[in-house]
Design a protein around this ligand. Structure first.
Ligand SMILES: *Cc1c(COP(=O)(O)O)cnc(C)c1O
Length: 395
């Protein structure tokens, strides 16, 4: 099975059939499991076998199918499914550090990731140094003998900078630090983060894995001794496990993941090429564009695919950006991404509203910037809608 190609893994990986031999993955919507006798209960609490379960916070057959399917896809030894992407980020970081440890993190982060690194870890005596993630010299200068974790989003939100996984991993490993990558924007379809050096990979499954805007979820992937050791211990006692229903949604989402994400990335490239240079735009950011500053890294790290999100900075600041958003007829204004429906976001006033003006400036979150998650609609319809909205933004 490990020699299956991606789409076969996504459809059949991890399947676990009940005595009815159902075709489609079953939902085991149960919190607990009956033991045949007291001795069996005792034995299971000493050691839980691969087909044995105790309590849904610890594990569940449907959740386990999802974990095995995504682990197979990523080439990870094991995975633990979580209630949300943030439960995954928090669990991965918190299970690796203790008071007195040092963490190095890229500064361009999803708002809640930034909150964990800036506010929560420091509350427990962990020191965090922030660097420009795209600059390997800054990583080199920041790591120390007591650095336990290097953390970054492999493609940053919303300015779509690509961070060199192999390069950062080499620097982190030279001081014995664990590399934790939030890989959402790279998507499980294009990523080979573990092969490129990451020790722990985290996804918000809410994004491309569900891909249809229905359920929250997340997953932490890595070596078996870490996932079934410190990470599982942390997650199962702090309550961040995925619900069996959501695991079932994610399993069905995975069947079409590769098809959806490739179609979205192809569409994103066509849109970026069509609008690049439009007079209403200050800049069009898409890592798949030949002119993107890190396009050669995109070739090496992501097989040339630039992901499913593009960012457009319209001329005229917030007022023009709002005119753009309000003029769109197909894409909806919301803040998810990786969805079948195209979604546009104004980061400066929503997802990144909390940042100071200086931080926004530093991260390139300009008042005219719009993040556009490309859905599964017809590409030409999207180009027409975006082009009309660009005209409207300057009216
Ligand atoms: C959405 C997102 C998260 C958080 O995921 P949730 O499922 O919303 O908790 C973390 N990191 C990145 C990069 C994201 O885009």
């Amino acid at each position: 099975m490990s020699d299956w190609n991606t789409r076969t893994k996504l459809v059949h990986g991890g399947i676990r059939r009940s005595q009815y031999n159902e075709v489609s993955e079953a939902i085991f919507l149960t919190q607990g499991f009956v033991y045949n006798n007291a001795e069996q209960a005792e034995a299971r609490f000493i050691e839980t076998g691969p087909d044995e379960f105790i309590y849904a916070r610890y594990g569940n057959p449907t959740v386990s199918m999802f974990e095995q399917r995504i682990a197979m896809l990523e080439g990870a030894e094991d995975a633990f499914a979580t209630a949300s992407g943030m439960a995954a980020v928090n669990g991965a970081l918190t299970s690796l550090v203790k008071a007195g440890d040092h963490v190095v993190s890229a500064k361009a982060l999803f708002g809640s990731c930034l909150h964990i690194l800036e506010n929560i870890l420091s509350q427990f005596g962990v020191e965090v140094t922030f660097v420009d993630g795209t600059n390997l010299d800054e990583w080199r200068a920041a790591v120390r003998p007591d650095t336990k974790v290097c953390f970054f989003e492999s493609m940053s939100n919303p300015t779509l900078e690509v961070i060199d996984i192999a390069g950062v991993s080499e620097i982190a490993h030279s001081v014995g630090a664990t590399v934790v990558v939030d890989n959402v924007f790279s998507t499980p379809a294009f990523s080979e983060a573990i092969a490129q050096g990451a020790d722990v990979v985290v996804y918000s499954a809410t994004k491309h894995i569900d891909g249809q805007g229905r359920a929250l979820g997340g997953v932490v992937l890595g070596k078996k001794d870490y996932i079934r050791g410190p990470l599982e211990t942390y997650m199962k006692h702090t309550g961040g496990s995925m619900s069996p229903f959501n695991a079932w949604v994610m399993l069905k989402g995975m069947e079409t993941l590769d098809l959806r994400v490739r179609a979205q990335a192809d569409s994103a490239l066509k849109i970026a090429e069509a609008v690049e240079g439009h007079p209403a735009l200050r800049r069009a950011i898409y890592p798949g564009l030949k002119g993107h500053a890190q396009n050669d890294l995109v070739q090496r790290q992501l097989g040339g695919k630039g992901g499913t999100v593009l960012s457009l900075e319209v001329k005229g600041g917030k007022e023009a950006a709002f005119k753009f958003l309000n003029a769109m007829t197909i894409a909806v204004i919301s803040n998810n991404l990786g969805d079948a429906k195209s979604i546009a976001t104004h980061p400066a006033t929503t997802t990144h509203q909390r940042l100071s003006d200086a931080q926004k400036d530093d991260l390139g979150i300009a008042p005219g910037l719009i993040r556009f998650s490309v859905g599964l609609e017809d590409t030409d319809d999207l180009i027409a809608d975006i082009t009309a909205a660009l005209e409207a933004s300057q009216a």
